[in-house]
Design a protein around this ligand. Structure first.
Ligand SMILES: [Zn+2]
Length: 235
């Protein structure tokens, strides 16, 4: 349908202009960001480029509404970040493990925070029987969380309340998954200033709910997951 007959139909030119506008806004945003920081502190980027020593690792959802720095009112350099769909921590994910190992053993972060959020599309999708494509393989991890807690979840009749609870249970299980890694457990054997926490960001209010599942030892894990220290091989 031609545009002159229906002004609501976007032409190829309109689409290209909108595309360029979104892209240009990002570059303009960067210019404003640099200008603003330099106005506050002319040496800002000089200092930032000298190195990083964040005290926090944030493992959150890729959802565009839950950015680690804005949610915690922190600045560049303060939070090391890993994000994936529905903040899942799987012990075979080399990406997550690399981020965890580097932040715990090299940067020596003090706090690892798994941050889920209410209204998580990944969690909502995992509660359905629909196929979404490749992502179904990733969402399987959340379906496993559902199965672990189905006795509780199946009793919740309101779908919204049930989804919110699965968001919380997913965070709790991912906290435990982190605590089961040799990376966290070996760090605990060496130092006492490392804690793993579980949070949910309520995107309806912006506020964080601390799920109070913070761990700094293996006490809350089933015995089979609490690993002994590696002893040097006998010669
Ligand atoms: Zn999400």
């Amino acid at each position: 349908m031609a545009k002159e007959n229906n002004p609501t139909v976007a032409t190829e030119k309109d689409i290209k202009e909108a595309q360029k506008s979104t892209y240009d806004q990002l570059l303009e945003g960067n210019r404003l960001f640099v200008e603003g920081e330099l106005k506050n502190d002319p040496d800002y980027f000089k200092k930032l480029s000298a190195g990083q020593s964040p005290k926090v690792l944030w493992i959150g959802c890729s959802d565009s509404r839950v950015p680690a720095n804005q949610v915690t009112n922190t600045k560049p350099g303060e939070v090391f970040v890993h994000r994936n769909i529905a903040n899942v921590c799987v012990h075979s994910d080399m990406n997550m493990l690399s981020v965890l190992d580097y932040s715990v053993n090299v940067l020596k972060v003090k706090h690892v925070i798994v941050a889920g959020h209410y209204g998580c599309g990944g969690v909502a999708a995992a509660m359905t029987r629909k196929q979404f494509g490749l992502i179904d393989n990733w969402l399987r991890h959340i379906k496993d969380v559902y199965r672990l807690h189905s006795h509780e979840l199946d009793l919740i009749t309101d779908p919204q309340v049930r989804a919110d609870r699965l968001v919380e249970l997913n965070v709790i299980e991912q906290v435990f998954n982190l605590c089961k890694t040799t990376i966290i457990q070996n760090a605990w054997k060496e130092r006492s200033d490392l804690e793993v926490h579980g949070w949910v960001v309520d995107i309806r209010t912006g506020l964080v709910k601390d799920l109070k599942v913070s761990c700094s030892n293996t006490d809350n894990l089933s015995k089979v997951f609490a690993l002994d220290a590696v002893t040097p091989a006998a010669h």
